[in-house]
Design a protein around this ligand. Structure first.
Ligand code: FAD
Length: 301
């Protein structure tokens, strides 16, 4: 019997850095659970926490108020997501200025999904930023932001080839991006092969793997299909028979994600971005398995 599926703590002393992604809450109840998650995960000391921008710009105010509250009430460094969808350049620039004014200095700049949803054709808004490259350039004109962008180890569904995607990544970097965060993936070899191709194309910025804990396999698999992320059979097998057993699913999810991160660590990766879904339990457990524990709060000077 093999006991090394999840090791109790990591073997190497290489530094391990994490960042956490949240989405802005819709209701007072969701706000409470978001803040519970932030308070639980903050003491782990993430490099930054990011707050998404809803499809079609639907969370403009809520993203703003969430990052503002993070700045006011925590020591965390927030990154605000921003998309080009359904807005003129002036409207997007107003959002950017409002971010700057509350103290946001890191933006995750994205094109966004088509208004009709994933799978429909994307049309830039008349008078809007044409694509993510144009948005990155626009951000740089407005302030000295740190800019992260997306990367797709298994190809963006709208791209003809992976090389096209890598050309787009290059354009975003030339416009001012200094970090890429990947779409989630489950086959580490796909990510590592992608990084090799990106490096061969002369790109040297960090390509931070996006890690999604699979709390609900059916939901994740359905989203992965639309987003173009490959779901291996071994992953389906891990969750097979657990549709009605949320407790065991969570335990398995923590083990699977920790195992994925351990493997990447062994293969030289040091930074990891967790899609938290605003839930702290699983991500906290995964970080614990990785040896990341809450740090005592620093005394105010
Ligand atoms: P891009 O890199 O802009 O690529 C999109 C497509 O445009 C590709 O097919 C690309 O080939 C094509 N393209 C062609 N020419 C160019 C060019 N010159 N410049 C740029 N692209 C070109 N969505 C949200 O709505 N809100 C979020 O907060 C959000 N956060 C995300 C965070 C991460 C880490 C990731 C990986 C995705 C996120 N998304 C978010 C989803 C994202 O908006 C969608 O995947 C969207 O379809 C693509 O936008 P993009 O900026 O990721 O892709």
């Amino acid at each position: 019997m093999s006991l090394d599926v999840v090791r109790p703590s990591r073997q190497s002393n290489r530094p391990l850095r994490v960042s956490f992604e949240f989405f802005p809450p819709k209701t007072a109840e969701m706000e409470t659970s978001l803040w519970h998650a932030i308070e639980r995960l903050a003491p782990i000391g993430p490099s930054f926490v990011s707050v998404t921008y809803g499809a079609g710009g639907s969370t403009r105010e809520r993203t703003h108020s969430t990052v503002s509250r993070i700045i006011r009430e925590t020591n965390l460094k927030p990154a605000a997501h921003l998309t080009c969808v359904a807005a003129t350049k002036d409207e997007v620039d107003d959002v950017v200025r409002a971010y700057w004014d509350v103290g946001v200095r890191h933006v995750v700049a994205l094109r966004g999904d088509p208004v009709g949803g994933i799978g429909t054709t994307y049309a830039a808004h008349p008078g809007g930023y044409e694509n993510s490259t144009a948005l990155v350039a626009g951000l740089k004109r407005l302030g000295d932001f740190e800019i992260s962008v997306s990367a797709y180890p298994e190809k963006h569904p709208e791209s003809a080839t992976l090389d096209d995607d890598i050309d787009v990544l290059k354009a975003k970097i030339d416009a001012g991006a200094t970090r890429a965060i990947t779409q989630f993936f489950f086959e580490n070899d796909h990510y590592l092969r992608y990084v090799d191709r990106v490096r061969a194309a002369g790109i040297h910025i960090p390509i931070v793997p996006g890690i999604v804990p699979v709390e609900n396999f059916r939901q994740t698999a359905s989203f992965a299909k639309r987003a173009g992320a490959y779901v291996p059979q071994w992953l389906a097998d891990r969750f097979d028979g657990l549709d009605d057993d949320a407790t065991t699913r969570r335990l398995v999810a923590a083990a699977v994600a920790a195992e994925q991160v351990f493997d990447l660590l062994d293969r030289g990766v040091q930074d990891f971005h967790f899609y938290t879904m605003n839930k702290s339990e699983l991500v906290f457990a995964i970080c614990h398995l990785l040896g990341l524990k809450p740090q005592p709060a620093r005394e105010a000077a």
